[in-house]
Design a protein around this ligand. Structure first.
Ligand code: THG
Length: 367
């Protein structure tokens, strides 16, 4: 593939300099920003992520800040997940839908204070929707994108590395909780979260100038832990069933189809957008849904377009993410498949640009 021309519209991050020095070999574009996808090779990065610790430039997980008396009310308008039970210091994975119940984003909500929230967004222009809602509903709340850039520390040695830079107190942070720490005299929100199943943290870096000093401090402190620059890994995240908005689900899908029905408390949440549509979906149930699918393959082409899922000549769904797994010795995939074929054990075929492969629906993801 040809190169993509950089320009102001394709934003660099506070860590881009470190990423480049570490020898990044491929990027994708996410929220109009650079997101590394490969350093050495996807396979080598994968084995290293599962055995050591990596520093990830995930600044493209942009924050939408809600601040003001109506922040909590606006937040609950934006998601069918019940936020009444959410405490300050907590993070929540929250589906967001439009008035028809179509997925707009699947961000992580971060409750900083009763009247101050961050929405840590996936790849869609959610800021425009949130500003539009706040304005049209005449809410008393500031909606903005602050200069806050997440840096993830992921892998089995993440706790040890983080303790060296921030102190042993980071070890006490529970999953999807955060606490405040200091780095060079500045406050940083640190959460136990991240887009891998290997464990780790996300540091919300509060301005551009702190980016490279923090990057260097982590790299320095982790030398003997074999710390490396890394990025969300295309094999590991499919093994773990972590969904990618725009790939695995779009505005054409409901949270129920995306398997995110468990994060919707629509009956209880009276003020959320899309409520009527979601209640109908609660009643009827989806006719297609995301499933883990094992492909009988030795190697797979790049899954850069949806692959048809076939039962003979009949199309029964599509694969939206897939990769050959070194650890499981098969192709691992995320697919949207019709009710008639979604039962675990169902045999199907996958139509790729490199030909047809046999596949089987699984009852759970690999990790
Ligand atoms: N971290 C932060 N922001 C993000 C992401 C992130 N924004 C973009 C994108 N990732 C949002 N999508 C996801 C998808 C899955 C998870 C987090 C964000 C995730 N899921 C866990 C799981 O499915 O096992 C836990 C979900 C739960 O139980 O609450 O972590 O990664 N800051």
């Amino acid at each position: 593939m040809a190169l993509i021309s950089p320009s102001r519209r394709l934003r660099r991050t506070p860590f881009s300099q470190g990423v480049e020095a570490a020898g990044v070999s491929a990027y994708t574009v996410y929220n109009h920003m650079l997101l590394p996808t490969v350093f050495r090779s996807v396979e080598e990065d994968y084995h290293h992520l599962k055995s050591a610790v990596q520093i990830w430039d995930v600044a493209c997980e942009r924050q939408i800040e809600l601040h003001g008396p109506d922040a909590a009310r606006l937040m609950q308008m934006l998601t069918p997940r019940d936020l009444a039970v959410m405490a300050v210091g907590q993070c929540c994975y929250v589906p967001m839908v439009d008035e028809r119940g179509g997925m707009l984003n699947d961000p992580v909500a971060v409750k900083l204070a009763e009247d101050r929230w961050w929405i840590s967004i996936a790849d869609s222009d959610l800021l425009l929707w949130v500003k539009g809602i706040a304005h049209a509903a005449r809410l008393d709340v500031m909606v903005d994108e602050p200069d806050v850039s997440p840096l993830a520390v992921q892998g089995p040695r993440a706790d040890d590395l983080m303790a060296r830079v921030f102190g042993d107190a980071v070890r006490a942070i529970r999953f999807f909780r955060f606490a405040h720490f200091e780095f060079q005299g500045r406050d940083m929100v640190i959460a136990r979260s991240g887009f891998s199943k290997q464990g780790g943290f996300e540091i919300y870096v509060p301005d551009h100038e702190l980016g490279m000093p923090l990057w260097h401090a982590l790299m320095e402190a982790g030398r003997d832990l074999d710390v490396r620059a890394g990025c969300p890994n295309g094999i590991e995240r499919v093994e773990g069933g972590l969904l990618s908005y725009g790939n695995d689900m779009t505005r054409e899908n409901t949270p129920h189809e995306a398997g995110l029905g468990r994060f919707c408390n629509t009956a209880r949440v009276t003020g959320c957008i899309g409520r009527e549509a979601l209640l109908r979906m609660d009643r009827d149930g989806p006719t297609r849904q995301i499933r883990p699918i094992a492909i009988d393959s030795r190697a797979l082409p790049r899954c850069d377009r949806p692959w048809a899922l076939m039962d003979g000549t009949r199309s029964v769904g599509q694969i939206t993410s897939a990769a050959q797994s070194p650890d499981f010795g098969c192709g691992v995939a995320i697919g949207m498949i019709a009710h008639s074929h979604w039962a675990a054990g169902t045999a199907v075929q996958v139509e790729t640009q490199a030909g047809r492969f046999p596949a089987v629906v699984r009852d759970g993801f690999w990790i």
